[in-house]
Each structure stands twice: as C-alpha cells, then as structure tokens.
Design a protein around this ligand. Structure first.
Ligand code: SME
Length: 164
C-alpha cells in the first residue's frame, strides 16, 4: 500500500491529509479489522511524535484493545478507569496535555507524556475509542481535537456503512 508521506507545517492541513488518506483506504475495504488496522497505520505514519495510536472497542461493559501501532498495551479498560474509561463515562473526547499531572491515567508505554482520546460513534452510540499517545508533553491541543475529530467521525460513518 503506497501512502505518500507529505509534510505539513500546520496541524489542520496535516490532519486533513491524514483524513483524506484514511477515507481512501476505508472506501476500498469492508472488513472492520482490516480498516481499523490501516487507519491506525496511516495515523502513525502521517502524524509526527506519536508513540502509540490505536482503537479500544466498546463491548457494552468494558473497552477491549483493538488494532493499534505501538508497544503492547492494557487489553481491557473498565468504564471510568484511566483516560479511556473517562471518555466512556463522559461520552466526550479527552485531551490530556501532561499525563504525569493527570491522576486518572493508565500508563501503557512509559514514554507517553500526552494523550488524546476521541469517541467513535456509530448511529449515535459509542462503538470504540481512537486513542493517541505522544512522548511530547503538550503535544496535543485544540487544533488536534478539531482536526482529528473528523477522522473519528469518518471512521464511525464507515463502520455504519459496512454494517457493523
Ligand atoms: N493511557 C490510557 C490507556 C491506554 S494506553 O495509552 C494505550 C488510559 O489512561 O486510559
């Protein structure tokens, strides 16, 4: 699979390019695992300074690790536990500029310093989380939230289209 690695100074353009590449791949795929595996690979390839990017799937009472790029991670997260579990309970994206100052954080990779978690909804219901970790403190900001929410939304629409 040949994805052109293009470098953008500004986050909005970088996020828009990642979105376009993910949409292109998803439009050619109907399998959930294959699509999410490629989506995590594209994000890892195109967004700088990420040490972990992947999905936690909502199984109704617990989050279960899905496709990802990075070090092995905790495979199950209960609602309310860590940044991901907080996203489940609140139903909202979680932007954590410094995980070391965040009391409710599960450390999977000790290199992680900041984290962004985006809910993926399918037909209005929580289906999964997109979790991104950076080794850089304050790496994620409002531009990432604004630029990457459309990625989570596009993945949610694709999941609905493939009938999952
Ligand atoms: N840090 C997350 C756990 C998952 S790892 O980042 C991959 C959390 O606090 O929920």
């Amino acid at each position: 699979m040949d994805i052109a690695v293009r470098h953008f100074e500004k986050k909005p353009e970088r996020c828009a390019y990642a979105l376009s590449q993910i949409e292109k791949l998803l439009n050619e795929e109907t399998d959930l695992t294959a699509g999410l595996a490629n989506a995590s690979a594209v994000l890892k390839l195109l967004l700088p300074d990420l040490n972990w990017v992947g999905f936690y799937m909502w199984r109704g009472d617990v989050l279960v690790l899905g496709s990802f790029q990075g070090k092995p991670a905790v495979s199950r997260i209960a609602p309310g536990a860590g940044v991901c579990g907080t996203a489940v309970v609140t139903g909202e994206a979680q932007l954590v500029p410094d995980v070391h100052k965040h009391c409710n954080h599960i450390a999977c990779d000790l290199a992680s310093a900041s984290e962004l978690v985006l809910p993926i909804r399918v037909n209005g219901e929580l289906f999964a989380l997109l979790d991104m970790d950076s080794p850089v403190t304050n790496h994620f900001d409002e531009e990432d939230l604004t630029g990457l929410t459309p990625v989570a939304d596009a993945i949610g629409r694709w999941i609905s289209q493939i009938g999952e």
